[in-house]
Design a protein around this ligand. Structure first.
Ligand code: 5GP
Length: 225
């Protein structure tokens, strides 16, 4: 991994979005993408099977365990992690393309992956952790959408709490996803501010909103610190 800045007017921004499952991160990522047509949406490789409408090459690159192993061995993944018993990894070429072209790349990955991207490219990466308004709301959303039994829900909840603890301890920004539009506006401000800091500048309003979302400053709903 390299943390060297690339030549050119803007070095690009690696924008990492993580959240416990049930916090609405995927919707947020898709809406962000619609508002930033120039942004690169990182398509990860995964060993898990497609769900519902998911398409290969669009939502994920669905690969076998053997192929995933080859990608790891060939150094083609910028980071990878095991999540819920399946392997997920970010293609190194996505990171390189963002840095080369000076664009934003958005990564919808877990906290292990976010920490690795940050460690590999510290000055190009901004990490954003998305919370539900509180733990009760997270449980309600997980139960509401789950076809799993109680035991599986308990496991997911425990994993979600561990994810939150790591995010709140290490991510650059924290946003509470209470309503979609204001949450998107905060994410937009963070992206504008972070890009501006790397060249070109950003509006004072974006700086104000983004600084208000910094970990340690941001409001955190009902989550205990
Ligand atoms: P799902 O199977 O629900 O799509 O994703 C499960 C978890 O894996 C989510 O937290 C998602 O953000 C995370 N994830 C997806 N792609 C990657 C990746 O490339 N690297 C890492 N570390 N996590 C990922």
């Amino acid at each position: 991994m390299s943390s060297e800045r690339q030549a050119g007017p803007s070095p690009g921004l690696l924008l990492v979005l993580s959240a416990p499952s049930g916090a609405g991160k995927t919707t947020l990522a898709h809406r962000f993408r619609a508002r930033h047509p120039d942004a690169i949406f990182s398509v990860s490789a995964t060993t898990r099977a497609p769900r519902g409408e998911e398409r290969d090459g669009v939502d994920y690159h669905f690969v076998t365990a053997a192929r995933f192993g080859e990608l790891v061995a060939a150094g083609e993944l910028a980071e990878w992690a095991e999540v819920h018993g399946q392997r997920y990894g970010t293609l190194r070429r996505t990171v390189e393309e963002a840095l080369r072209s000076g664009r934003i790349a958005l990564f919808d990955i877990d906290v292990q992956g976010g920490a690795l991207i940050k460690a590999g490219w510290p000055s190009e990466t901004a990490t954003v952790f998305v919370l539900t308004p509180g733990p009760a709301e997270l449980e309600r959303r997980l139960r509401g959408r789950s076809i799993d039994g109680d035991e599986a829900i308990r496991r997911r909840l425990a994993a979600a709490h561990a994810e939150v603890a790591r995010g709140l301890a290490s991510y650059d920004y924290v946003i509470v996803n209470d309503e979609l539009e204001p949450t998107l506006a905060r994410l937009d401000a963070i992206a504008a501010y972070e890009r501006g800091r790397r060249g070109g500048g950003s509006s004072p309003e974006a700086a104000r909103v983004a600084e208000g979302c910094r970990r340690g400053v941001a409001r955190m709903g009902d989550w205990a610190v």
